[in-house]
Design a binder for this molecule. Structure first.
Ligand code: SF4
Length: 496
């Protein structure tokens, strides 16, 4: 996949010294989860904020390292799933009352419009951005305010999160800090989005960190890493005592696409190593490719995510493996140029072929997935222009056919090339001699190899079964409308 979808990354630290440096490192480690905007808020008796559009390394400077003081902080890196990436939509968010609360999330709230109306009509709370974390934060704040207490007990926080679970529908992982009260993290009742926490022993009291991916905690030297479970709330009080409670008991259905594409290979998602998964996905896909009886001369990955699977495919089928497409990492992502022609040009700028490895060969291209098919089509054309005899295309995920409502901007349903098409029809549309997909059963089996306790998954973008069960045609339509509007804004930006 070449940057057609993405999500967000969160980091929070309850430390002993200034946490800005660690937060910055932690965010850099999960930059792949969103490159549109980033923000950090720290707390030292006051909240200190810096947010901006762009990459983590470009937004924060030495001046921010000096200004953002405090031993407590949250960081966020964002790809806009709701809203069009306006500055005021960058996270984390703050409310002043009760106590002062900062919050960041990863995911998508599917009843955002109703919540916005409910908060205004019932509680006179105005949501000032298009970011759904503002809805979660205001619901949480309202639940806390209604408890009318000056010093929060764990039970009060748990009750407030219960209120959030009752009212907020969708997939979301959340981290928050309530001033002078404690640190809070929770994962939606179905645990669709990942969330982990860890500990670092330091002097008298340990530091704690929470993040979307374990790699972030590794980089910041936090150990003893555990998952926040589906429907679980974690509260670290002002004496740094940890309180956890599982308050929702829905089936745990983590997002399958984390292991396919989103997460870094060196992360563990729900105790399953992402790299191992991708190698096994290659192995299972090799079995499918073998059944096709194709004459293949060389296996070529679409860089970077497909490399681990492609190496395994070549090894298992005893074929030559060549990195014949070289990626320029410094070119902007293709999605900022929605028009077809712009996309083609962008692929050409981003990937340069090594012609000698392709000329006269039957080439098997391997990618993680096929979304709209435009990028795959442009890559296939590029390989043909180098003189390849046949071009086969293998995706190590199943065909994508349904929009994601839980935080991944996967395009609108009419744009999926596999929607209403079998693999041969997809091959025709993208100009391949053959298209081979992973089956959904194999994908699930592969993840279960890493953690037998995972029984169920969200695979809604593959099979249209939304685990939260409350995805109505109206919700799908509203999301589609939002995405179209966002695409138009992107198109305007790319033309300017
Ligand atoms: S619909 Fe797809 S991308 Fe979205 S959460 Fe489910 S598996 Fe992940």
């Amino acid at each position: 996949m070449s940057g057609e979808s993405n999500m967000c990354g969160i980091v929070g630290i309850y430390g002993n010294e200034d946490v800005f440096k660690d937060l910055h490192q932690g965010l850099l480690a999960i930059q792949h989860r969103g490159q549109d905007s980033a923000g950090i808020i720290t707390y030292d008796g006051r909240f200190h904020t810096k947010k901006g559009n762009g990459l983590v390394q470009d937004i924060f400077t030495a001046e921010h390292a000096l200004r953002l003081r405090g031993n407590i902080g949250l960081g966020h890196t964002r790809y806009p799933t709701v809203g069009g990436g306006r500055g005021e939509d960058a996270q984390p968010f703050l409310v002043n009352s009760p106590f002062g609360i900062m919050m960041a999330h990863n995911g998508n709230v599917i009843n955002y419009a109703q919540l916005k109306k409910f908060l205004f009509d019932k509680h006179h709370r105005l949501l000032n951005s298009d970011n759904d974390v503002e809805a979660i934060l205001n619901i949480f704040a309202q639940e806390l305010a209604e408890q009318k207490t000056k010093a929060l007990k764990p039970q009060a926080v748990i009750k407030a999160v219960e209120g959030v679970f009752q009212k907020v529908k969708g997939g979301y992982s959340v981290v928050a800090y309530i001033a002078e009260q404690g640190f809070v993290a929770f994962r939606d009742p179905y645990g669709i989005k990942p969330l982990v926490y860890g500990k670092r022993e330091e002097g008298r009291s340990p530091s704690y960190a929470i993040a979307s991916e374990s790699v972030s905690l590794n980089i910041m030297n936090f150990a003893d890493i555990k998952n926040v479970e589906a429907g679980q709330v974690l509260f670290i009080d002002r004496n740094r005592r940890i309180h956890t409670r599982k308050i929702a008991h829905c089936p745990h259905t983590p997002c399958l696409f984390e292991w396919v594409y989103f997460a870094r290979p060196d992360s563990f998602i729900d105790n399953v190593n992402v790299y191992d998964c991708r190698v096994h996905l290659g192995s299972f896909l090799a079995d499918e490719i073998k059944k096709q009886n194709l004459k293949i001369d060389v296996v070529v990955p679409v860089p970077d995510s497909a490399r681990d699977a492609a190496i395994e495919i070549a090894r298992k089928l005893n074929l030559k493996y060549r990195e014949a497409l070289v990626k320029n990492r410094y070119i902007g992502r293709t999605f900022i140029m929605p028009a077809d022609q712009a996309r083609k040009t962008s692929v050409r700028h981003k990937l340069n072929p090594i012609t000698s490895e392709l000329v006269g060969k039957n080439v098997l291209l391997v990618d993680d997935s096929i979304v709209r098919g435009n990028t795959s089509k442009a890559i296939i054309q590029l390989v043909r222009e180098c003189g390849a005899k046949k071009v086969y295309f293998a995706a190590y995920s199943p065909p994508l056919r349904f929009p994601c409502v839980y935080g991944i901007d996967m395009q609108t349903k009419t744009e999926f090339v596999a929607r209403g098409a079998d693999p041969d029809q997809v091959a025709e549309k993208i100009g391949a001699d053959k298209v081979i997909y992973q089956s959904l059963e194999s994908l699930k089996k592969v993840v279960q190899l890493g953690n037998k306790k995972l029984e169920d998954f969200c695979g809604a973008c593959f099979d249209g079964i939304y685990p939260t069960g409350d995805v109505t045609p109206e919700i799908l339509e509203a999301i589609e409308k939002d995405r179209k509007a966002a695409q138009e804004r992107q198109l305007e930006l790319s033309i300017q």
